[in-house]
Design a protein around this ligand. Structure first.
Ligand SMILES: CC(C)(COP(=O)(O)OP(=O)(O)OC[C@H]1O[C@@H](n2cnc3c(N)ncnc32)[C@H](O)[C@@H]1OP(=O)(O)O)[C@@H](O)C(=O)NCCC(=O)NCCS
Length: 318
């Protein structure tokens, strides 16, 4: 007996983004800690980031981005059968945020679960969505990356408060006759968990910036090569590179190491800061909006962060 499965491929058909209205400049950060606009721009490449307003929850941001992705896809909330929210900053651990986000969007009784793979979360969640569709377990999946990092970052710690912001990005994934989301390459190194962590529920984020920087600039270029190899494409075939927006120096170092000078590179970090699992859909949405990326472009997404987790895959731009 042959069991029925899903279509051979999955593809993104709509993206959505949400950046909170409050823009926080480096000069504003420098009012609280000993730093400067020049130091921050030089060391991490960030000029400004967005902070959620008081009373603006992670769920509000996820709903805003998810609603925009749905509108862009042309689907109705009732068409969605699974909702996945990637986040490492949920307002509370129980329940997960995805059932509430689905309910607020009007998606009737979908499969709903959260993924916490820190800043790699969006790529993990996208892979779950594509695999669920190909196996026949789902037909149309809404994937959201949403973070309210300002809840967990100490505004008086100059090693971290310069980096992070809040926001959400989303993608609608459906079945496809041709593969448009490649296999994920993923991994982690739990022995380095202390490099970025919130040690307990009463504490805020601590980070060993130098070891994160070293790890990202030495271990991730081979992962990018593996992603291409696994999908059977050459690095030179890529049109767009959207790494997690951790730090402009990390992004530029990856571009140099991989010789990706011919490629459109996501540098949303400059205006949005590091928004963890929201950063890849936010950056890709902006690139499509500005024309830096075009529909049909072969895009390599690479998430990485606390854990130390990483995940990446090739995808075709919607
Ligand atoms: C955080 C980061 C910018 C710090 O830069 P660095 O060059 O490693 O800085 P160091 O921690 O070695 O400190 C160098 C000096 O700058 C100072 N410094 C640190 N943060 C500063 C800031 N925001 N403003 C001014 N000075 C700062 C330090 O106190 C230290 O001063 P000292 O030499 O007088 O002791 C850098 O390590 C980094 O980008 N790491 C990667 C972090 C990241 O991307 N995390 C997210 C991953 S998902």
């Amino acid at each position: 007996m042959k069991l029925r499965t899903g279509p051979v491929g999955a593809r993104i058909i709509g993206l959505g983004d949400y950046r909170p209205h409050r823009i926080v400049t480096n000069d504003e950060i420098a009012q609280n800690v000993a730093t400067s606009d020049e130091w921050i721009r030089t060391r991490v490449g960030i000029a400004r980031r967005h902070f959620a307003g008081e009373g603006e929850s992670l769920i509000d941001m996820a709903v805003a981005a998810g609603g925009k992705a749905l509108a862009a896809s042309g689907l109705a909330p009732e068409d969605i059968d699974v909702v996945i929210v990637a986040t490492c900053t949920p307002p509370s651990p129980i329940p997960g945020v995805s059932p509430t986000v689905a309910d607020r969007l009007g998606v009737p009784s979908p499969g709903a679960f959260d993924v916490n793979a820190a800043c790699a979360g969006f790529c993990y969640a996208l892979s779950c969505a594509a695999d669920a569709i190909r196996s026949g377990s789902a037909q149309r999946v809404l994937v959201i990356g949403a973070e309210r990092l300002t809840d967990w970052v100490d505004p008086l710690d100059r090693g971290t408060c310069i980096l992070f912001g809040d926001g959400a990005g989303a993608a609608v994934v459906v079945g496809s006759d041709t593969p448009a989301i490649g296999p994920v390459v993923w991994g982690s190194d739990g022995s380095k968990r202390e490099a970025i962590m919130v040690p307990s529920r009463d504490t805020l984020m601590s980070m060993d910036g130098q070891s994160v920087f070293r790890w990202a600039t030495t271990k991730l270029a081979p992962v990018v090569r593996q992603i291409c190899e696994q999908s059977g494409v050459e690095l030179s075939d890529i049109d767009v590179f959207v790494p997690h927006q951790a730090n402009l120096r990390i992004i530029d170092s990856l571009v140099r190491a991989l010789g990706l000078h011919h490629v459109a590179v996501g540098r949303d970090i400059v205006d949005t800061g590091n928004t963890s699992s929201a950063s890849i859909p936010l950056a890709l949405s902006r690139m499509l909006e500005t024309g830096e990326a075009k529909s049909g472009d072969l895009t390599l997404a690479l998430g990485f962060g606390a854990g130390l987790t990483f995940a990446g895959q090739l995808l075709i731009c919607p």
